[in-house]
Write a protein that binds this ligand. Structure first.
Ligand SMILES: Cc1cc2nc3c(=O)[nH]c(=O)nc-3n(C[C@H](O)[C@H](O)[C@H](O)COP(=O)(O)OP(=O)(O)OC[C@H]3O[C@@H](n4cnc5c(N)ncnc54)[C@H](O)[C@@H]3O)c2cc1C
Ligand code: SF4
Length: 331
């Protein structure tokens, strides 16, 4: 038994106070990740601060015409919300490609962003793991690394971020609104998750005592040209080997704007602005898409079991771009 205290909060200020005043405290929302980690003793908080009664479950239109997803809106609420289905179908598709209906009913927006890696050595307390216990080594680099990263890795960690929703949010240029003892701030989605570097134990740029309030989506949901492609070992209930979220703006057969985010290949949803710039102004053809995919994976590195992911990611990128372009493909 691992004893821990439990506090339920009903106001945001109370939540921030509860987390700031106890360094061993952790927020819990749906609990679908944190409670598993506690059962495996990977995480051992001294106190759980239950935030499920905070008024953060709303999904509402912003003054600028975008959409604000409250941190406690469930993955199901978001995926099936009329405005999300109509204006941000990429997000809806990405969420529904993840987990199971039961898990999505419990999982929250905030918890999905902060879910931890599924690297099996991270869960296995008998194995060295720099993310779980800094300085002990990385069992995956010379171990079973079929599911591991090929981009942005370090000699200390090659874990991937497992979320599907985050890959879509990266492509949509979402913004994360947070609050803490220092007040509120906004984090562009691409700056939320970190690469492992020398400190793989730190997943994000969020401070320990900060609470995610909401995620804001800009008005353009790229309804006409988008695609979410998830390649996995089996059709349901599996994390991505490679996922690709693509949004395109096509004008008269040429690409006016392109955004590509890869999942399952790095410690964070992977975007490369140079690749997106390369596509700008080019015809929406298979050749353009293959050139982008080659450039996207140019610096990829496999670790043995996951070498196949490099070519897989290239092909998935071409396929997702082709699907997104649809009838907009140039002859
Ligand atoms: C079997 C299984 C299969 C899965 N498959 C997929 C999949 O295919 N794709 C996918 O994307 N996901 C998948 N998931 C992961 C699932 O989506 C996450 O577990 C879920 O989104 C986490 O949300 P939660 O509310 O339950 O978080 P919790 O477990 O409650 O919390 C997770 C972390 O977030 C922190 N946290 C939560 N809310 C906040 C907040 N508002 N502010 C600050 N910190 C906060 C907690 O302190 C904790 O550290 C799977 C999970 C399981 C168990
Ligand atoms: S890849 Fe990262 S999480 Fe996995 S064993 Fe290595 S250090 Fe740990």
């Amino acid at each position: 038994m691992n004893p821990f205290a439990y506090t339920r909060v009903t106001e945001v200020a109370e939540a921030v106070e509860a987390i700031s005043s106890d360094p061993s405290a952790r927020f819990v929302a749906g609990g679908t990740n944190l409670l598993d980690l506690m059962k495996e003793r990977v995480e051992q908080p001294g106190r759980l601060v239950d935030i499920t009664h905070l008024p953060l479950g709303q999904i509402e239109v912003t003054a600028g015409g975008g959409l604000r997803l409250g941190a406690l809106a469930t993955n199901t609420d978001v995926a099936y919300h009329t405005l999300v289905e109509r204006q941000y179908p990429l997000l809806s598709k990405a969420i529904l490609a993840g987990a199971s209906a039961q898990l999505r009913n419990m999982a929250s927006v905030g918890g999905n962003l902060l879910q931890r890696t599924r690297c099996m050595y991270f869960y296995d307390r008998a194995a060295p793991c720099n993310k779980r216990l800094p300085g002990t080594g990385c069992s995956a680099i010379d171990g079973l690394n079929r599911a591991h990263a090929i981009l942005g890795t370090s000699e200390h960690c090659i874990a991937t971020h497992p979320s599907d929703m985050c890959v879509a949010l990266a492509a949509l240029d979402a913004v994360v609104l947070v609050t803490g003892p220092g007040g509120e701030r906004s984090i562009p989605f691409g700056d939320l998750h970190r690469l492992p570097g020398h400190t793989p134990e730190i997943d994000t740029t969020l401070r320990r005592d900060e609470l995610i309030l909401a995620v804001e989506l800009p008005p353009d949901g790229f309804v006409e040209h988008h695609a979410y492609l998830k390649i996995r070992e089996r059709v349901s209930y599996a994390f991505a080997l490679v996922a690709v979220a693509v949004v395109l703006r096509i004008e008269a057969g040429s690409i006016a704007e392109a955004r590509i985010a890869l999942g399952g290949v790095a410690h964070k949803p992977w975007r490369d602005r140079q690749v997106e710039a390369l596509l700008h102004g080019r015809r929406a053809t298979r050749e353009s898409f293959r050139a982008a995919a080659e450039m996207m994976l140019h610096h990829a590195r496999g670790f043995g079991h996951n070498d196949f992911k490099i070519e897989l990611a290239k092909r998935a990128t071409v396929r997702a771009l082709t699907q997104a372009a649809g009838a907009g493909m140039a002859a």
